[in-house]
Write a protein that binds this ligand. Structure first.
Ligand code: NI
Length: 399
């Protein structure tokens, strides 16, 4: 067993390193699958702490700590930035024009590197193997799949990951079982009518009216067709139709997204969108073409037993923090792909500084309270402690 007091002390002693690392990565944000500098820097850092970096294609890196155990726990951090022009004015702001770590992934990298350094120092006491997974391209939801295609999960029995959120105050943490983040689907619909003169509507089939009717009609899918306890979102993000005021539009284009937490709700939303588009177009004498991209990733669903185990270990390391119930979010996370293969837990970590004006994730002014970096480090270590307990107790569990 590893003494919690020693761990807490180590985390406290290394706070400055976590901050330094985070700031270093903050300067060099790169978009999905372009994280070359980021990957190189992570490799250098891993080598410095005695961990051999194993590069992934095209970007990303993994590394191992600990004995060749039956149980390997994966610790995952996403490493990509966003196409956002940074407006924070921070001394360590982005050096890459038009790109920014506006979602806190710089903090995720620093958190996992921090945990790696401490775990490496205690390597001989580990009874499970730790696999560090620095995953590229989370924002476009393609990274987890790409990593899995390269067999990264093949030797992993369970996985842990986390996200920093500024709309949660620093010190507030959620490690909860069940659905945590949504499945996200995307759809594109073209409504075809027959254009013509605004003064002769009887000779036309107005695509604008079709699209408008469709937009209003889908508003009742969630309120009337989905179990209120399950929750879902249908949002139309864009609608384009027509060219000028006295021309009836022959084509309207609608784009939107559906979010949900279960397979049956997700498939119902798809069916409902397709049915309405077709029926409404037909009703007006036009036609509709629907492209529905189902499940760019499934919902994030936390394993019950591991959530409890990791929360209990985390509380020992983070005594002054509040482990709260945070409702599941209608945001997406490709961490969910890992959870389709192995039991996994995804934690939410508050990084909103109550002393400052707080901007949400993805905002050009977004910043994290660097106090939260230690929480991220502690949570990764707690997940390893939970895996060690699991290894010691060997409960009947389908890994
Ligand atoms: Ni993010």
């Amino acid at each position: 067993m590893i003494d919690e007091k020693v761990l807490i002390q180590k985390i406290n002693e290394k706070k400055e390193i976590f901050v330094k690392n985070r700031r270093m990565f903050h300067r060099i944000p790169e978009l999905g699958f372009e994280e070359r500098k980021t990957t190189e820097t992570i490799c250098e850092k891993l080598s410095q702490i005695g961990i051999e970096p194993i590069r992934l294609e095209p970007t990303g890196v993994v590394g191992y700590i600990g004995p060749d155990s039956e149980i390997t726990i994966g610790l995952r951090a996403d490493i990509d930035g966003l196409s956002v022009k940074e407006c924070t004015g921070l001394s360590f702001r982005s050096e890459h024009p038009g790109k920014m770590h506006a979602c806190g992934h710089d903090g995720h990298i620093a958190g996992l590197l921090g945990a790696a350094e401490i775990l490496k120092e205690m390597e001989e006491r580990l009874t499970v193997r730790v696999k560090l997974i620095f995953q590229p391209s989370e924002e476009n939801t393609l990274g987890a799949k790409k990593v899995m295609e390269q067999g990264v999960l093949d030797d992993v029995a369970m996985i842990f990951g986390l996200h920093l959120f500024s709309d949660m105050t620093t010190g507030v943490i959620s490690v909860e079982e069940g659905p945590r983040m949504a499945q996200t689907d995307r759809f594109f619909i073209d409504f075809y009518g027959k254009g013509g003169h605004a003064g002769k509507p009887h000779q036309c089939v107005d695509a604008t009216v079709m699209a408008a009717d469709f937009v209003m009609s889908v508003q009742t899918i969630v309120s009337r067709e989905v179990d209120p306890a399950q929750g879902a979102v249908v949002t139309i993000g864009s609608l384009h139709s027509g060219t000028q005021y006295n021309v009836i539009s022959g084509k309207a284009t609608v784009e939107g997204t559906c979010r949900s937490f279960s397979e049956n709700v997700a498939s119902h939303l798809k069916e409902a969108i397709e049915k309405r588009a077709g029926a409404i177009a037909e009703y007006y004498g036009g036609s509709a073409e629907v492209q529905y991209d189902y499940g760019s990733h499934p919902p994030v669903y936390n394993d019950e037993m591991f959530s409890k185990m990791i929360q209990s270990e985390s509380q020992k390391l983070l005594e002054d923090r509040t482990f709260s119930h945070i409702p599941s979010m209608m945001l997406g996370e490709d961490f969910s792909w890992y959870q389709t293969k192995v039991p996994g837990v995804f934690a939410f970590v508050g990084c909103g500084n109550p002393q400052k004006e707080v901007y949400p994730n993805h905002h050009p002014h977004f910043d994290i309270d660097e106090e939260a970096l230690s929480d991220a480090v502690a949570l990764h270590i707690a997940a390893v402690m939970a895996a060690m307990n699991f290894e010691a107790e060997k409960p009947e569990y389908n890994l």
